[in-house]
Design a protein around this ligand. Structure first.
Ligand code: DGL
Length: 283
């Protein structure tokens, strides 16, 4: 672990870093770039070590910290953890323990807080469902964050361990996906039939949207996170002009992966609907 201050650019500016364990964060990046096209971005997917969902706290924290350091070393002043598992398990520790040592002027933000702020506004039944990886559900982060804003909301979590592998293996529109999507949606609505909003609290899940819509009863809102995370980042940069000034504006996006670049290129086309150039790095 090194001190990042030494690698600051002369202008003290850099791209916005977007990190995910794999490809899922590309769904968030796409929305962020729609809201804030003027900025430069670096996307880092730790594909070689994904999925993070079933790893322990210590492992997810260590992997996420390494990714943040890599993005800081490339000049990022602001890093978004576009991964619920990393946001749930590593964000607070990095903010409270590591930023001071790395560079107190830089910021790391997650995806849970913006999602939670939106769901508290949207739910009318005050019963909310959280569909996520086992790591995110077991962390209790959504319940904790929702109850900080609204104690009256009943939160029910449902781990969907097969959903990420279905997406990663391009099975999201296959008949096989029907079984797993139906099972989890029926499962969570059985646990709490009063749920009126289902948070897709994993960045991979928007790719299963056709199946999710198919098995969600009308009247239950399906809530992907991308637009709320993007809107919250836009608000953050308005409220923090000193940080906005440190984010370079060239409209460029650079992609990094810890795995094979050919597979990343193929998947990025799927997640982003565009062709990308990608560089392989080691963390
Ligand atoms: N992208 C991660 C998330 O949002 C899920 C994938 C993983 O388990 O690594 O939680």
């Amino acid at each position: 672990m090194h001190n990042i201050k030494s690698s600051l650019t002369a202008a003290n500016g850099g791209p916005i870093g977007v990190f995910d364990s794999g490809y899922g964060g590309l769904t968030i990046l796409r929305q962020i770039r729609q809201f804030l096209p003027q900025y430069d971005y670096i996307y880092l997917g730790d594909n070689a070590r994904a999925p993070y969902g079933n790893h322990s706290f210590e492992v997810i924290y260590r992997y996420t910290l390494e990714a943040v350091e890599a993005l800081f070393a490339r000049g990022c002043q602001l890093v978004i953890l576009a991964c619920n598992t990393a946001s749930a398990k590593a964000l607070r520790t990095i903010q409270q323990r590591d930023l001071e040592r790395l560079d107190p002027a830089r910021r790391v933000l997650g995806v849970i807080r913006p999602t939670v702020e939106a769901v508290c506004r949207l739910t009318t039944s005050r019963h909310v469902g959280v569909l996520a990886t086992a790591g995110t559900v077991n962390s209790g982060s959504y319940t904790l964050e929702i109850h900080k804003l609204a104690r009256d909301i009943v939160v029910t979590g449902q781990a969907c361990p097969m959903w990420v592998p279905l997406v990663e293996n391009y099975e999201f529109d296959s008949p096989g996906a029907d079984y797993f999507v139906r099972k989890r949606i029926e499962g969570i609505l059985r646990l709490d039939p009063e749920i009126d909003t289902l948070i897709l609290a994993c960045t991979h899940y928007p790719l299963l949207m056709n199946k999710i819509v198919k098995y969600t009863p009308p009247g239950v809102r399906i809530m992907p996170q991308g637009e709320y995370v993007a809107a919250s980042l836009r608000d953050y940069l308005v409220k923090h002009p000193e940080m906005a000034a440190r984010c370079t504006e060239g409209g460029q996006c650079h992609y990094l992966t810890t795995e094979n670049t050919a597979k990343f290129r193929e998947s990025a086309t799927l997640f982003m609907h565009e062709q990308v150039e990608v560089e392989q790095i080691e963390l």
